[in-house]
Write a protein that binds this ligand. Structure first.
Ligand SMILES: Cc1ncc(COP(=O)(O)O)c(C=O)c1O
Length: 449
């Protein structure tokens, strides 16, 4: 392809001379220069439709004018004064909104942080403090972040454990209920929730339920490949928690703020979590995270158990307030649901045509397209790598995770014609892969998640 990418390649080369490799998952050399709505421009002036939204962090799209204006106004007033010691209006206003939009008709409190990772650390602290227990339960293949607490909850990459010493300990990982790849070998229609029995067995045999402080579950497993659990599973898990005095923690860093067609993913399951963990899209790209929990849970920790000099930064809070108001005002939750249905329909049509598409699943605009070698269902990492790379070459930002699952999470403001153009590029790339037109050299360059 004769598109100019010299500047991007040179930035990427320079980057590797200075930036530590521990913080990079390389797909292709896209150096961002500008972005607006659902379109990103690279340093060479090429434009891309964005099906990634900066890893589901930009539900309102790039540089939404409401968010930009709110931040500019706050910048003119003041940038920051540590909220560990002093108070500010944007922080209170943001907390008020978070209490309003989160499920659960009970008194709540909000704890702000900086990233999804530290919010998960906070959730562990709260669960331990409130219950007086130490153990946590989370899921195999989950990604919860890179701080010591959140990486201990995670179970997705040995590189998050190798060489860095023991994690938190006391975390028990169980399989996520993945009906496409049932860890117990069952078919969807002949399943009687044996997977939840695994936890019940654990409680009966080696994991005393009275030692467990909390269960951390993503309502849709994100980096595990957009896996939507059965409703009965989530309800039974919630019941098990209630029966045993264990806190149910809904980890919504990736699925929150309208991504799944509801404000929070857990609302699809009719369950009221004790703690909700938020990050990413909360402030349209500004670094801030939040925990919302029952008041009595929050009251179990005293200062300075969880505070940061920069948390509740008023510019970030203003961005978050504008984000929430925009999601409400522009009906983006419903838009996510409707556009998600549209995309699922189109992707399912593709599934009928191409054997390498094994599964299409998701809720709202959080969709995974699982690529396989053939009807055996073997994971096809090569296809995911080559297809996403070719999409980039053709003007679509698309990545993959879980090795072989294409990640479809565009901004919720994306226009239908942008979706259509993006899907057309995806289909062309799939056809080129099937014809063997994408060279193996791509596999050397693109590593992926
Ligand atoms: C579900 C989930 N939790 C937590 C995190 C960590 O968030 P952050 O990278 O903001 O620390 C991520 C990031 O990808 C995530 O997807």
């Amino acid at each position: 392809m004769d598109i100019k990418r010299d500047r991007c390649r040179s930035i990427c080369g320079e980057d590797s001379n200075f930036i530590a490799k521990a913080s990079r998952i390389h797909y292709y050399p896209l150096a961002v220069k500008r972005a607006k709505g659902s379109v990103v421009e690279d340093a060479d002036g090429n434009e891309y439709i964005d099906f990634l939204s900066s890893a589901a962090a930009l539900n309102t799209g790039h540089a939404h004018e409401n968010v930009v204006n709110a931040m500019k106004k706050q910048l003119d007033d003041f940038i920051h004064y540590t909220t560990a010691y002093m108070y500010n209006v944007p922080q209170v206003e943001l907390a008020r909104r978070l209490v309003q939009i989160t499920p659960g008709d009970f008194e709540k409190r909000v704890l702000l942080g900086l990233t999804g990772s530290d919010a998960n650390d906070g959730a562990i602290k709260l669960a331990r403090a409130y219950t007086g227990r130490r153990k946590m339960v989370s899921f195999i293949k989950a990604y919860h972040g890179s701080t010591f607490g959140s990486l201990s909850l995670s179970a997705i990459s040995l590189n998050m454990r190798r060489k860095i010493g023991p994690g938190l300990g006391d975390v028990h990982h169980i399989p996520y209920p993945d009906c496409y790849r049932c860890p117990l070998g069952h078919k969807k229609d002949e399943c009687s929730m044996e997977c939840i029995k695994q936890l019940e067995d654990a409680f009966e045999n080696f994991l005393p339920a009275e030692d467990v402080a909390g269960v951390v579950m993503e309502p849709i497993a994100g980096d595990a490949g957009i896996i939507v659990p059965p409703v009965q599973y989530v309800r039974r898990l919630h019941e098990l928690c209630k029966e045993n005095g264990i806190l149910f923690i809904s980890e919504e860093v990736q699925q929150g703020f309208g991504r799944s067609g509801r404000w929070f993913g857990i609302e699809h399951f009719g369950v009221e979590p004790d703690i909700i963990v938020m990050g990413k899209a909360i402030a349209s790209g500004m670094p801030i995270s939040a925990l919302v929990a029952r008041k009595e849970i929050m009251d179990s920790l005293d200062a300075p158990a969880h505070l940061f000099t920069m948390n509740g930064n008023p510019v970030c809070c203003s961005a978050a307030i504008a984000t929430i108001d925009t999601i409400s005002g522009e009906g983006l939750v419903e838009r996510s649901r409707l556009l998600g249905e549209y995309m699922m329909e189109k992707l399912n049509e593709m599934k009928e045509k191409y054997e390498i598409i094994g599964d299409v699943r998701g809720l709202g605009l959080s969709i995974g397209v699982e690529l396989v070698t053939d009807s055996s269902g073997e994971r096809n990492r090569e296809a995911a790598t080559k297809i996403s790379y070719r999409c980039w070459e053709k003007g679509l930002i698309l990545t993959f995770f879980a090795g072989n699952v294409l990640r479809v999470q565009p901004p919720l403001v994306i226009e239908k014609d942008e979706i259509d153009r993006g899907l057309a590029i995806m289909e062309e790339a799939i056809q080129e892969y099937v014809r063997g037109d994408i060279p193996d050299s791509v596999l050397e360059e693109s590593k992926g998640w």
